[in-house]
Design a protein around this ligand. Sequence first.
Ligand code: PRP
Ligand code: URA
Length: 209
Amino acid sequence: MNGVTVVSHPLVQHKLTIMRKKETSTAGFRRLLREISLLLGYEVTRELELTTTEIETPLQTMQAPTLEGKKLVFASVLRAGNGLLEGLLDLVPAARVAHVGLYRDHDTLEAIEYFFKAPSDLADRLVIVVDPMLATANSAISAVEKLKQRGATNLRFLCLLAAPEGIERFTKAHPDVPIFTASIDERLNEKGYIVPGLGDAGDRMYGTK
Ligand code: PRP
Ligand code: URA
């Protein structure tokens, strides 16, 4: 599918399998999500632009590569986005963070916004939106819309699992935003859950239900 990168690294796929298992504990699920976010983060940042800066090693000066431009922004879609965010911040500690609070209405599956806080200069930064699940895509579409309203023009969307239906809707709504995911699952079920999936990501991360 155009604009979609599936991260097929064996460690990602192995960890994802353990996360999917219904018997995996809350602590195990959270730990694996953090671990997997490091590997997904490696892929989603692969194309970051570099410049050079002069440094002195103990032996001589050199022109050494360094990231170009303003610090990037991770935009976490609450709650479950925070499970990816923690590992991503280990990888890019200087990144700025946006929080987009959304929940899915259980009946309509519409995304309801309850919180938004982002750096003011989004226009100058790469914004990587993170949420483990892309199901109907209502949440992702709405999060990206809001970030664009606040000035973001250069965005990527990073998730763990995506439904084909969600990818299609998201790509139609935001053709300029590439998607990175560990898996494209079979489909959505009648309740809007990804199958085979892993269940409700927020509940599995935090032990709620
Ligand atoms: C989950 C998930 C996404 C959304 C995906 O969040 O983390 O944000 O559902 O579904 P969609 O593509 O159909 O919109 P949820 O609304 O359950 O909130 P939570 O993270 O607070 O549990
Ligand atoms: N949100 C989840 O957490 N899981 C799904 O399968 C769909 C939406």
